[in-house]
Design a protein around this ligand. Structure first.
Ligand SMILES: CC(C)C[C@H](NC(=O)CN)C(=O)O
Length: 497
């Protein structure tokens, strides 16, 4: 009788990094600085503000530019249609397509997927910018422009990484995929559905996901292992049928703005304590180990004190930035906000606020807690006006395992390029899709930032330093070499007769 046995044999492959290759690639990067800056200038010139629907043609153009750039390097590029965006007035407009690209399909190599975004936050010169926000301006080695650091230069640095290998006719040490979106700054609308739909196609051979959409904490390079989530709310209070003259009608109506300010004021105490029942109780306890870690991190308190009010001890500051939730009130739509004076009673006002969330908070629970709380506070006012609460973003927090070889690879690459050990940090901001990647694809994720601690993201005078842009590109090259050295397990079948 003949017996057929199937044996699965794990084969461990580890690529060798070649120091000479790295040197050549680094020299190539140094020779391309002017062209890298020029490409960033062209990208920053595109007003790809995802929050302003009137700028949607610019955003589509930005996605096309990104696709063209990746195509010009020989990538297998697709522009994935992710459907429509529903607007508050009931209309809908096309979402910007997601750009995917692939370089290399060698099954013996690891495959990394680089995630980034090319949309930006709004910016106007009159907000207090020293330069035109969409005209990249080089001052003392800093490249000022909206989206320079968040996230156009880091996306370009990854593209330059691939470009360097192509230019030198060198093989990439790993297969590289790109997934670049255009809605990150408004909550990555449409991306989760796309990731779910492509889990068994685009993501099937992806081993690791790399995100470079954040900054260092100090001048010391860092690896990021956590982000806060974000629940973004609109609280709309509606009263009279139209805006009213405050002299004619003041005192005869209950003003929507008074109601709105009243309910917003119950979200958080003057000392910053969140007053919504259940929120603080959900926060995972802050351990002694974490306390010690935060204490030892290099953080420039002096610089922080110069720019911000209310300095607190380092551990508290970092814990409040990374580890605890917070409520921020961002604006009121419908309110008079121009310079000058207008004696109007607005008929409808919408308060916009968000809650940064941390483990173990959950957006669905936060939505319920906030909605019920605001309605109960509003009911106590016995106002004739109406209140509508909507959660428009519900992004979860994300945490990674820093013991994973991806982080070891990150430490090695940083040591090679910057000759220092990195800080291991968390991020107070949100990458809405980080947790989706983790939950849907079950791949390991690392955040490898190249932005500076003082880049002014979302703020006036956002910048990316030439140093971080160029050395960051070298870091990405070194990182790919380190990832290539992570042992890859390949299973194959042996038939024994
Ligand atoms: C959900 C927010 C709009 C996401 C935004 N993300 C970033 O700034 C990262 N580039 C944030 O405000 O954290």
């Amino acid at each position: 009788m003949r017996v057929l046995v199937l044996v699965l044999v794990p084969l461990l492959l580890a690529a060798q990094a070649d120091a000479l290759d790295l040197e050549k690639l680094t020299r190539h990067v140094d020779g391309r600085v002017a062209s890298y800056v020029q490409t960033l200038r062209e990208w920053v010139a595109v007003e790809s503000d995802s929050s302003d629907v009137s700028k949607r043609p610019e955003l589509h153009h930005m996605m096309n530019l990104t696709a063209d750039k990746l195509r010009s390097l020989g990538g297998k590029v697709e522009m994935v249609d992710i459907g429509l965006q529903e607007l508050p007035d009931g209309k809908s407009i096309p979402l910007p397509k997601v750009v995917t690209a692939q370089f290399g399909e060698d099954p013996s190599k690891h495959t990394v997927c680089i995630y980034g975004h090319v949309d930006v936050q709004p910016a106007k010169k009159e907000d207090g910018w020293a330069t035109e926000p969409y005209n990249l301006t080089d001052i003392n080695g800093n490249l000022y422009g909206r989206g320079a650091s968040d996230n156009k230069a880091p996306v370009l640095a990854w593209i330059h990484t691939v470009e360097a290998y192509k230019a030198l006719d060198m093989e990439l040490p790993v297969n590289v995929k790109f997934l670049i979106e255009g809605m990150e700054e408004t909550g990555s609308n449409g991306l989760e559905a796309m990731i779910i739909a492509q889990r068994d196609t685009f993501f099937l051979d992806v081993d690791y996901i790399i995100i470079s959409d954040c900054g260092w904490l100090s001048r010391r390079p860092a690896l990021t292992y956590g982000t806060r989530g974000n629940c973004y709310f609109f609280a709309e209070v509606e009263g009279p049928k139209q805006d009213l003259h405050s002299g004619v009608y003041g005192g005869t109506v209950i003003e929507p703005m008074t109601d709105l300010i009243g309910i917003l004021d119950t979200l958080i105490s003057p000392s910053g304590k969140i007053l919504i029942p259940g929120i603080r109780e959900a926060v995972a306890p802050f351990s002694d180990e974490e306390w010690k870690m935060y204490q030892d991190i290099e953080f420039d308190m002096e610089n922080y004190k110069e720019k911000h009010l209310n300095p607190v001890p380092q551990v508290d500051l970092l814990a409040h930035r990374w580890r605890y939730p917070t409520v921020s009130i961002h604006g009121i739509e419908g309110a008079f906000s121009a310079s000058g004076s207008k004696t109007v009673i607005p008929a409808k006002v919408t308060g916009k606020f968000s809650i940064r969330q941390v483990p173990n908070m959950d957006p669905a629970t936060v939505k319920k807690q906030v909605t019920e709380y605001l309605h109960s506070v509003f009911a106590k006012r016995k106002s004739p006006n109406s209140l509508k609460v909507t959660m428009i973003i519900g992004a979860k927090p994300w945490l990674a395992d820093t013991q994973h070889s991806l982080y070891e690879a990150g430490k090695e690459a940083i040591k090679k390029v910057f000759q220092v050990e990195p800080d291991l940090i968390r991020e107070g901001g949100t990458i809405p899709v980080a947790r989706t990647f983790q939950d849907v694809t079950e791949k390991s994720i690392i955040m490898l930032p190249i932005g500076g601690f003082d880049d002014g993201l979302h703020s006036q005078n956002e910048k990316m330093s030439r140093y971080n842009y160029i050395e960051g590109t070298k870091l990405f090259i070194a990182y790919l070499h380190e990832v290539a050295q992570i042992k890859k397990v390949i299973y194959f079948c042996v038939i024994v007769r």
